[in-house]
Design a protein. Structure first.
Length: 552
């Protein structure tokens, strides 16, 4: 064993980061800071790389949660793994958790190819109810797996979702990009773009780190994407889907663009298109501008950086854009080929002899309502317009305002909740029941669809509860027959009750003796097993007493 000499310092015992401090008389660690360079390449090289965790090394339950939350991927980051752990420990209702539990109970899903896993998961989510539990999901997974491949029902796409064969180009034929390095860990696809649109919309009202997304924000974005009913999401997604090269932009650029947009710009497709073309610009997609990152995370309220070239706003705007030598931020042919919204606006302007008009094209991608949903919509319209005896128009507007949403946003949700609730009951709701259930849902409003539908079910059960039967009032009986008189028994001249001293006026002497004997034997614990013989013994005892008295 190596031994040291007292008072002598041995440098071989320490690493290069340890030096001897003569003033303190002890070793200390030297902190070496990396040199700062203009392109901060040294900082990036010195920073530890995020270690990915292979999905196949996880247990069955964790793999099921990973497939349900992140889709068919091969690796996840430590942060994504932490999200899975948070979901496992969360007690609130979550459709993704129910799906993951169902996949764990049906492990054949995990054995499928990634393409088949995506197809199976999309079909099950389309068929399942919003408040479905894991047994419901498991039955759907089993049904899909047991159905032959050539007989499986094709999956219908959601509103705004791209077609299968058109995932690399826009409607006008321009490429969407993709495949280039960005600030994301995973490749940027239309699926990640949909999620980031939802995150950007949520970022308008709150600030958070876009690279360390809070679990609550992740869940709300997932829910917004799955429902697809938010008007803001539909408007932004439609324009991004038509933007060439959109898959090459960084997450920070997309979220910062949405977060910095003017209020209600999504309601005007023409202005929204112009806003995207003007402000979506980026030179280094893998390392976005720190100002853009700060705007996306809410660390600054500075405006988006503008392009260096100035574009004149006159009648020759299109020609000026075509003559620019600098490439536009989005697509070379975008400025020369205005999309259909701009063409409609220019045509409308020309037809009105140069008068400036604002064209707003409202495209509705929602599925058409069936006949029953239309009937429910008419009943709800009467309720919220004040044409019922329940509440007036101003009161209805005030009640809906308390939910934090507009009437136009609440009405479609009420239609779905009522239609889903009455699907489990019979008969269908009448107009009065629709008014009562809708009022109860609005009073106890929740953004969770499961909570709202539980309120609806409780309300209709309470409304349809039968009233208690009224008590029957019967007239007093009329007696016409004369009551029969009881035969009078002989009265004994002697004898008193031994316990309370009352006179026996209807019993003979023998009967009194028999009762007294029976009472005495019942009180004696020695006779507890002779219950069948006690009457005979009491009668014999009374007879013996009478015989003894007669002999005297």
């Amino acid at each position: 064993m190596f031994c040291t000499v007292e008072g002598q310092f041995y440098t071989d015992l320490f690493t290069g980061e340890i030096v001897w401090n003569a003033e303190k008389g002890e070793p200390e660690r030297v902190i070496v800071e990396p040199e700062l360079t203009g392109n901060n390449e040294q900082l990036n090289a010195a920073s530890p790389e995020e270690k990915m965790k292979p999905v196949k090394e996880l247990d069955v339950l964790a793999r099921a949660y990973c497939l349900s939350v992140f889709g068919a991927i091969d690796e996840i980051t430590p942060y994504q793994y932490g999200q899975l752990i948070d979901m496992l420990n969360d007690d609130e209702f979550n459709s993704l958790r129910e799906q993951a539990e169902a996949i764990a109970k049906e492990p054949r899903v995990l054995a499928l190819l990634p393409e088949k896993q995506t197809e199976c998961l999309a079909w099950v989510r389309q068929k399942a109810r919003d408040n479905a539990k894991w047994p419901d999901y498991k039955n759907l997974f089993t049904k899909w797996l047991d159905t032959p491949a050539d007989k499986r029902e094709p999956v219908k796409l959601k509103a705004g979702e791209p077609e299968t064969g058109d995932e690399t180009h826009t409607e006008s034929g321009c490429t969407l990009g993709g495949g280039n390095p960005t600030d994301r860990v995973l490749p940027h696809t239309l699926a990640t773009l949909r999620r980031e649109v939802c995150i950007g919309i949520l970022g308008i009202a709150m600030d958070f780190d876009i690279y360390e997304l809070p679990y609550a924000v992740h869940e709300r974005a997932k829910k917004m994407e799955e429902t697809g009913s938010d008007e803001r999401f539909t408007a932004w997604w439609k324009q991004f889907r038509r933007t060439p090269g959109i898959l090459d932009f960084s997450r920070a650029a997309i979220i910062a663009l949405i977060k910095s947009s003017p209020e209600d710009i999504y309601r005007d497709p023409v202005k929204l298109r112009e806003y995207i073309n003007k402000n979506l610009t980026e030179s280094d997609h893998a390392n976005p501008d720190p100002l853009i990152v700060d705007i996306a995370c809410g660390r600054t309220s500075a405006p988006l950086p503008q392009k260096t070239d100035e574009t004149s706003h006159n009648d020759q705007t299109e020609q000026t854009l075509q003559d620019k030598t600098e490439l536009p931020a989005v697509c070379p042919a975008r400025a020369a080929e205005p999309d259909r919204e701009l063409e409609a606006a220019f045509a409308n302007s020309a037809s009105n002899e140069g008068e400036k008009t604002e064209v707003t094209e409202q495209e509705d991608d929602r599925l058409p309502m069936d006949a029953r949903e239309i009937e429910i919509a008419h009943a709800l319209n009467d309720l919220l317009s004040g044409r019922t005896d329940i509440m007036g128009k101003e009161e209805a507007e005030g009640v809906v305002t308390c939910t934090g949403h507009l009437i136009a946003e609440v009405t479609p949700l009420l239609i779905i909740d009522i239609a889903t609730t009455e699907f489990c009951l019979s008969p269908n709701f009448n107009d009065e029941e629709i008014h009562d259930v809708a009022t109860t849902i609005i009073d106890g409003w929740s953004d969770d669809v499961a909570v709202r539908q539980k309120i609806a079910l409780d309300a209709i059960v309470e409304y349809r509860r039968p009233e208690l039967p009224k008590p029957i009032v019967m007239a007093p009986p009329v007696v016409t027959a004369k009551p029969k008189k009881e035969p009078e028994l002989p009265v004994s001249s002697s004898g008193r009750n031994a316990t309370n001293g009352e006179l026996f006026t209807t019993l003979t002497y023998r009967q009194q003796l028999t009762l007294a004997a029976l009472q005495g034997m019942c009180a004696n614990p020695a006779y507890r097993g002779d219950f069948d013989e006690l009457p005979h013994m009491a009668a014999a005892l009374a007879a013996g007493v009478i015989s003894a008295e007669e002999e005297q």
